[in-house]
Design a protein around this ligand. Sequence first.
Ligand code: ATP
Ligand code: MG
Length: 443
Amino acid sequence: LPLAASEALRIIENAGGEAWCVGGFVRDALLGRPVHDVDIATSLPWQRVRDAFEGAGWGTAETGVAHGTITVVRKGEPLEITTYRTDGSYSDGRHPDSVAFASSIEEDLKRRDFTINALAYHPKRGIIDPFDGLSDMRRGILRCVGDPLTRFSEDALRILRACRFASQLGVAIDEATFEAMVASKSLLRKVSGERIYRELERFVCGDHVHDALMTCVDVLAFVLPELVAMKDCAQVTKYHIYDVLEHTAWVVQRTPPEPLQRWSALFHDMGKPAAAFFEGEVEHFYGHAAVSVELAGGIMHRLPFPAWLRRDVPVLVRAHDDVVPANTRAVRRMLGRLGGRTDLFEALCDIKRADALAQAPFCAPRANTAEELRALMRQILEEEAAFSVKHLAVNGRDVMALGVEAGPEVGRILDAALDAVIDERVPNEREALLTFVSSELYD
Ligand code: ATP
Ligand code: MG
């Protein structure tokens, strides 16, 4: 138990209360997974929690006192402390109409979503496990506390939390729980976009996302209907052994667990079903990347994706299928097309590598090509070779001084100069580039 948490338990006990560690911390510690924040449940009302911690010199913040939660802080480390409670009825499928404070930890554990999340731990008193969460944990099963249909109708977000835990923990969803997820999925309509996005991001970044996506696709399709067409899209090409959905699931799984790579991987072939339709056959899926970009843009505007993902994901989806031979010139050109963003180039290599590994066995060597591209990029950086107009020995002002009006033409001329430098037709030197620019003006 982290020091701050055991001290917090002691402070509550000295103030005459009872306290237990609960939630994700207990679950993850028992599973041997990295643990982050510790949540604490207590018999004390929040006002007494606040007074006890202020008396002990900790900082406190009233982060959710309406449902009994306050945050206490020691040396910048926050802990959430929540008074035992039971949630009243849920008429809107989102928020309990009322919260009632409860007198025992057992009662508090009843309101929790899944059995493996309904464990309480105390360093002296051990574990409380009223719903056989330990046995479910040993068997790798995710099961609702109580009747699944009731629990999902109280709070539909739990449906997506189940998908997310399947992806993060690799647990299998209990049959009755899964049936209730499918039957209740339309209740997700009531859940805010922010809460949906938060769970989906954890879902795509999970270590077991392939299996979880294949299992949960029909449930997830309520918020990502684009998945349905992927499931039904066979790929009759020599490059593929899986349909579009399963191929995608493998690509996602094989990229680093970061939102940029994972979302780009999920979207990269989303345009294939439509491309196949327009093409009338499914040999090459010409232009599918452009369609994927369109669909990804739609999803990222429907759900509250952060602005940086809305900006960067389409760039990677657009470029994922571009051929980049393993030579310095091609890499510099691609870097140029990515606006000089080396981080995007690395992410593109991650996706190309994963894509190659998820294709037919004879495509696997292309994973090495992706690694060669990455090595070439690092070499280019070391040699400080130009790959962006920012690296040229002339700039927009120089071009305008030669008589070009401010506007897109300036950019076009700089791009041409960069091309010439990458092709080694012109050295990256000021005089030579000014001569080049003047000659461009006569064309
Ligand atoms: P994470 O690793 O993401 O923090 P977590 O299980 O701790 O996972 P939190 O959202 O931090 O998730 O919630 C802490 C605990 O509160 C959960 O373990 C669960 O017991 C309970 N809980 C959270 N959200 C819900 C919910 N929507 N319905 C019921 N119980 C919930
Ligand atoms: Mg937590």
